[in-house]
Design a protein around this ligand. Sequence first.
Ligand code: SDX
Length: 379
Amino acid sequence: MATRSVELKRGLKDVYLDRTQASFIDGTEGKLLYRGYNIHDLAEKSTFEEVAYLLLYGSLPNQEQLDELDATLKSTRTIPEEVYRVIDLTKDGHPMDVLRTAVSALASFDPDVEDNTADGVRRKGLRLTSQAATIICAHYRARQGLPPIAPDQSLSHAANFLYMMRGVVPDEDEAKLMDVDFILHAEHGANASSFASRVTASTLADLHAAIVTGIGTLKGPLHGGAAESVMKMAEEIGDPAEAEAYAKRVLGGHGRIMGFGHRVYKAEDPRAQHLRDRSRSLGEKLGQPQWIQILDALVEAMAPYRARGIHVNVDFFAGSIYYLMDIPEDLFIPIFALGRIPGWTLQVLEQFENNILIRPLLWYEGPMDLEYVPIEARA
Ligand code: SDX
């Protein structure tokens, strides 16, 4: 057989899959735009509801359009009784497994599930954004043997999420912190979970199926799971003075410092600074500065890696904020998922708009044309 050769693009590194108008990422500059708007402006001046509109409709809303989206989100904060039962049956599982299972179950009760029109996908994407918050909070309560807390329709998406979790209306600072966190996690191009959602959409399956794929993919520690790993790492380190030795030990053993590095960013992830600043001020406000001090010490210990394009990413500081907000570590990834639902929805919208089945190749290197030997003749 003539020797065949092939140029593999493992992990699809540096491969452009398609054209997009969702987000622009400049990995060299550390720049991120959602639909043309800089993430710094959106983080400082916008709201999650406004960003969800921007992503799904392509422009910033006027007041009437924003009010309509807000009303839609508020009117869909409920889930069928049967899905509460699914949550209760699976309540001992990881919150990402419960979220994935409950979203899958929602498909059985959503009359629009097969509607792949742009309006249908947008409507379901907003509905799932609200219902996912309800699922996460219902599970958080169920595993403590507590009944779910009904949504407070006077609250924003972020404030209501915290309310349904704790039963206490969050103060303005905490609600704003959660809102900014959702904005920063809303969309990020062909990241692994969004790519997975696109693959699902490319077969002309439906949005529920694509979001279930996204949730399943996001869970891994190389992707959305990093925030949970970073906080576990900070707790293991325990003292800023121990950070350098910890990093040396992990890196010496060819391990990874979670929350660092990125497939695209070779400069600092522009989202990180918004979480670093807020983690620092929240830690000082609560008299718990040690967490940001440990993280800062790790950043210093990793300084030599900057030359290789390894900087903090969005997940590095997020975990310390959730921890300071008394949110359990296994809820960190579901919070990422909650922010990302508009982004997954937009990626599915774009895939449906100009669909092509996503089906790459694998270069076969196994044996060829073997003779089939009946079992009685095998050794
Ligand atoms: C997210 O893609 C997205 O957009 C994702 C995301 C989004 O918004 O959707 O931005 C969210 O997932 C952020 C990333 C969260 N993951 C982590 O923090 C996990 C730790 N980081 C890594 O494992 C790694 O950086 C990846 C997986 C994120 C990216 O890895 P790549 O692009 O496949 O690069 P690689 O693993 O081949 O690493 C290249 C080199 C290697 O050294 P060499 O083998 O060439 O000597 O960089 C080193 C790696 O060892 N390296 C690290 C490192 N990350 C990369 N070394 C130490 N610590 C790290 N964290």
